[in-house]
Design a binder for this molecule. Structure first.
Ligand SMILES: CC(C)(COP(=O)(O)OP(=O)(O)OC[C@H]1O[C@@H](n2cnc3c(N)ncnc32)[C@H](O)[C@@H]1OP(=O)(O)O)[C@@H](O)C(=O)NCCC(=O)NCCS
Length: 154
């Protein structure tokens, strides 16, 4: 598995694969919407790292390099294709993302749905701390849990 920056040609197959995730269905991100979101992200210059296996993208980390709470970066979306989950791809991609983000920010933040206990455990095992919740921020019946991690010493 290698991690590299995304290019435009990566986005349609990635969106097609990720649209099948329950999380995307819950947040109403179907294939066209996801493809458009990712294309706009690339155009804006957001961070968009891909996990690639045998030349095919199997996961992504989409992030903003700075500005969160006026001082940190933000992991907007991390997702691994169902067929590639639970064999270390996410862990490796998260480590590369953290190192890349540390070049522009001393701290990282992310939000995780209250129902997404698998992702909560994943982030906590990788040293992210849960510090609060934003009830109804995106979906009326879901709280977005706030996580953060210090990426380099003060
Ligand atoms: C959450 C997510 C990003 C994690 O990615 P992943 O590739 O499954 O992560 P990993 O394989 O590194 O780790 C997942 C689990 O697999 C297990 N695992 C890791 N490497 C393994 C290996 N080589 N062999 C067997 N099991 C392994 C670990 O027990 C790990 O447990 P943990 O989550 O409690 O740490 C991924 O499951 C995903 O995309 N989920 C759907 C979208 C989502 O929820 N995104 C997060 C939005 S906030």
């Amino acid at each position: 598995m290698e991690v590299r920056a995304a290019v435009a040609a990566d986005l349609p197959p990635l969106a097609a694969g990720l649209a099948g995730l329950d999380l995307m269905k819950r947040y109403d991100r179907d294939e066209p919407k996801l493809a458009a979101d990712l294309a706009q992200a690339l155009e804006r210059g957001d961070g968009l790292l891909l996990a690639v296996e045998a030349g095919r993208p199997v996961g992504m980390a989409w992030f903003l390099r700075q500005g969160t709470f006026g001082l940190g970066g933000y992991l907007k979306l991390m997702a691994i294709l169902p067929s590639a989950q639970s064999r270390g791809v996410g862990g490796k991609l998260l480590a590369v993302f953290e190192a890349r983000l540390a070049e522009s920010a001393a701290t990282g933040f992310l939000l995780c749905s209250d129902f997404n206990t698998a992702a909560q455990s994943f982030y906590e095992r990788h040293g992210w701390s849960r510090v609060g919740a934003l009830p109804g921020l995106v979906l009326p019946d879901v709280a977005e849990l706030i996580y953060w991690k210090r990426l380099r010493p003060r």
